[in-house]
Design a protein. Structure first.
Ligand SMILES: Nc1ncnc2c1ncn2[C@@H]1O[C@H](COP(=O)(O)OP(=O)(O)O)[C@@H](O)[C@H]1O
Ligand SMILES: [Mg+2]
Length: 473
């Protein structure tokens, strides 16, 4: 814009032979005139233009009275010698600068006054002849059009810029909003994860509590009759021993009848007498095994699991092993799993006993699964399947911790799977045989409930070791 103005001013000055040229433009819609550009030529060829941009009344560089006349009348004002016009005699500028030829012309475009052109020459009188005036009018009409265009262009540029600015701020807003949304998304994801965890826990605790109640009920029902049998077996065997003694006494006396002879033959008395005590003995063993199982079941399903209690951890592990007994036994495709216990003597440990039993159960059954798998895949090359369980108290930073290690010598867990084993629903087992919940629940029980640690060490092909750490408070 300034470039356009200065060249416009220069051309006008050169054409008119003026020594000074001032351009005033109306500001916006108000009719206030702003002194926009002042060009002066001290020596010819050298025109200097400044852009003061001050209001007419604040400007010392022009005859304000002349401008006001033109503004009011909307017509050209020409003076051959300003010093001689009485109406201007009081004008401070005229008094001071003593201009001679003077021309002041409104710039009108499409009926609107855009501004005013002021020209003067203080060396020559009667400079602005009619001929010059015509040329100047033409020039100024062109200038008006150029000015209007420039203004439009400037407006456009301003609009563009403000558009760009609002675009920019919109982008910023979008950015901020996106970040906010991302944050909210993260929170939401966390909430979903928490919900999933709670759900898993709920499902499992629901399952466990109904299973626990059922097991406890059955154990209780079996407990009475089995005590009955177990308690009476010793009586029964002593009675039978008495009867056997009595029969041998009878046999010493010699009063056999054909009927007795026949019966003796039929029942094979000698065999019966040797076999009967054996039968009774195995019945005694069987019944005491049943009693143990019932006891384990009752311990295992402990209905007090909502409370922390001081318990014998070894009892919990042994009960779990008892329940898993049938799975440890030899099968058609694998020998019996040897369980090696390395128990250190432990005090009673304060914990949620029922839940810890659940952890032992999950880890031990996974170990058995892994050993079964190793044999089923036909790749077994070790001596025999082993599960090693060790317990110890370990002092760490002044507090004592119970450490239980459960290790198997199956095929181990590859690194990429090991990273996921504690995830809920992660399983490598066939549909229907694995739920993928065992370890995630165990993790929650050990880490969340007991504030402990559950870690897994595994060397491929060597086996897997789970380490449970429970703070002993
Ligand atoms: N002792 C182990 N040896 C090899 N893999 C194991 C062992 N324990 C756990 N895993 C792996 O961890 C996965 C998750 O175990 P878990 O959460 O108990 O679910 P599930 O037993 O139902 O598959 C198992 O599918 C298995 O791939
Ligand atoms: Mg499992």
């Amino acid at each position: 814009m300034e470039q356009l103005l200065s060249s416009m001013m220069r051309v006008t000055m050169e054409n008119a032979g003026a020594s000074k040229c001032v351009l005033l433009l109306t500001k916006d819609k108000s009719l206030d005139l702003i002194v926009t550009a002042i060009s002066t030529s001290s020596k010819s060829e050298f025109i200097k233009t400044t852009f003061p941009s001050v209001r007419l009344n604040d400007c010392e560089d022009i005859p304000i009275s002349v401008i006001n006349i033109v503004k009011r009348k909307g017509k050209i004002f020409v003076a051959d010698d300003a010093r001689e016009i009485t109406t201007l005699a009081a004008d401070r500028y005229i008094l001071r600068e003593q201009p001679q030829s003077l021309l002041c012309m409104p710039i009108i475009h499409q009926g609107k006054m855009l501004g005013i052109f002021y020209l003067e020459n203080n060396f020559i009188t009667a400079l602005f002849t009619q001929q010059r005036l015509e040329v100047l009018k033409l020039l100024i009409t062109q200038a008006a059009i150029a000015l209007e265009n420039a203004k439009l262009y400037q407006n456009l540029a301003e609009v563009n810029q403000s558009l760009e600015e609002s675009n920019h701020s919109l982008e910023e807003k979008v950015e901020v909003r996106t970040q906010e949304l991302n944050k909210k998304n993260q929170i939401l994801n966390q909430v979903i994860e928490d919900l999933q965890n709670t759900q898993t826990q709920l499902i499992q605790s629901e399952k466990m509590s109904s299973l626990g109640q059922m097991v406890a009920g059955i154990a209780h029902e079996i407990n009475n009759p089995i005590n009955f049998i177990h308690g009476n077996i010793s009586h029964a065997s002593s009675y039978i021993q008495d009867l056997i003694d009595l029969i041998s006494l009878y046999q010493k006396e010699d009063f056999s009848t054909p009927e007795i002879e026949e019966k003796l033959e039929e029942i094979d008395l000698d065999f019966l007498l040797t076999d009967l005590p054996k039968i009774l003995e195995s019945m005694a063993i069987g019944s005491s095994r049943i009693r143990n199982i019932v006891l384990s079941l009752r311990n295992f399903s402990r209905l007090d699991e909502s409370e922390m209690k001081a318990v014998d951890i070894h009892e919990g592990i042994d009960n779990t092993l008892m329940i898993l007994q049938h799975r440890l036994k030899a099968k058609s495709d694998r020998p019996e799993i040897e369980v090696i216990k390395e128990y250190q003597s432990l005090p009673e440990i304060n914990c949620y006993a029922g839940q810890l039993n659940q952890v032992f159960m999950n880890i031990l059954s996974n170990a058995i699964d892994a050993l079964d798998d190793a044999f089923a895949s036909g790749k077994w090359s070790k001596d025999k399947p082993i599960i090693r369980i060790s317990t110890e108290l370990v002092d760490c930073n002044g507090s004592s911790n119970l450490v239980i290690k459960i290790a198997d010598n199956a095929s181990g867990i590859p690194e990429e799977i090991r990273r996921k084993i504690f995830d809920p629903f992660f399983t490598t087992k066939a549909v229907g045989s694995g739920t993928g919940l065992g370890l995630s629940i165990s993790y929650q029980i050990v880490v969340d409930k007991h504030k402990g640690k559950l870690t897994c060490n595994s060397k491929s092909e060597e086996g897997t070791e789970f380490v449970i750490l429970i703070p002993n408070l």
